[in-house]
Write a protein that binds this ligand. Structure first.
Ligand SMILES: NC(=O)c1ccc[n+]([C@@H]2O[C@H](COP(=O)([O-])OP(=O)(O)OC[C@H]3O[C@@H](n4cnc5c(N)ncnc54)[C@H](O)[C@@H]3O)[C@@H](O)[C@H]2O)c1
Length: 255
């Protein structure tokens, strides 16, 4: 098992790729703190893990709120005695919005949930990781950080900042044995995907085909399990010399 005795916190693990990573990490021997603003969804992920004899706890968190993130980190550190892995996966999508119609509140909400969250988890978890002289931070950015699309202004900005922050933290934390990487998913088959479709009318499956699959050179949507496999590589000893990397898992969409 690749993650035996590891303690992992995964935000946004009540759904989509966060849930897939939680299941995969528990299967590899990690104890997973399933952290989500939707506590019922987090509890459901924990039940799925426990049904396979894995170890997990559900914790409610709002990743955009400093006190809430601090509580999450301290709860896990007190309960488990350490924090080995943090995955920043919680995020919000943006529906097509021309820049002149974007409200300041929408901008702030997207940047707070998608970007400030990465700062907050690092701020509160890094002191524990520094003491341990090891740790792994992984953030789920987006291929939209490299290949911007019209009307996704705030979302692209929020994910671009995650990519650069990943490199800044990687160089800052390398002397302490802490690795920091990110994944850029392409269009992934989760709840969120439909929310990116402009004028979401008609058959969702048909729209996914028209809007997304046709834009992926490998011709298939990314599945949450594809992201989980790359996350497992980036959070395990398989990648012990890898830091500051942004891995595109996008079927070639970013080319
Ligand atoms: N689905 C895609 O096509 C796609 C593509 C590229 C990147 N991403 C990114 O991948 C990540 C996961 O997305 P997904 O597709 O699995 O979406 P999802 O909607 O299935 O899951 C997102 C989870 O985040 C949680 N969440 C939202 N706001 C939160 C908050 N303030 N605090 C804590 N939890 C919160 C939600 O409750 C949900 O469980 C996101 O950061 C998203 O931006 C998604």
């Amino acid at each position: 098992m690749l993650l035996q005795n590891q303690i992992a916190i995964i935000t946004g693990a009540g759904s989509g790729m966060g849930r897939a990573m939680a299941l995969s990490f528990a299967n590899e021997g990690a104890t997973v703190a399933v952290a989500d603003i939707n506590i019922e969804a987090a509890a459901e992920t924990v039940s799925l893990i426990q049904a396979k004899n894995g170890m997990a706890i559900a914790i409610g968190v709002d990743v955009s709120n400093a006190q809430s993130v601090k509580k999450l980190i301290n709860t896990v550190a007190e309960r488990e005695g350490k924090i080995d892995i943090i995955i920043n996966c919680a995020g919000l999508p943006q529906a097509f919005t021309p820049i002149e119609d974007l409200e300041e509140e929408q901008w702030d909400r997207l940047l707070n949930v998608n970007t400030k969250s990465v700062f907050l988890t690092a701020k509160y978890a890094v002191p524990f990781m520094k003491k341990q002289k090891q740790g792994v931070i992984l953030s789920i950015s987006s291929i939209a950080s490299e290949r911007a699309r019209p009307g996704l202004n705030a979302y692209c900005a929020s994910k671009g900042a995650v990519a650069v922050l990943t490199k800044a933290l990687a160089i800052e934390l390398a002397p302490f044995g802490i690795r920091v990487n990110a994944i850029n998913p392409g269009p992934t088959n989760t709840e969120m995907l439909g929310k990116f479709i402009p004028d979401h009318e008609g058959e969702l499956e048909q729209q996914k085909q028209e809007v997304f699959i046709s834009s992926i050179p490998l011709g298939k949507l990314i599945e949450p399990e594809d992201i989980a496999q790359s996350a497992l590589y980036l959070c395990s000893p398989l990648s012990e010399k890898v830091t500051g990397t942004i891995l595109n898992v996008d079927g070639g969409r970013g080319i």
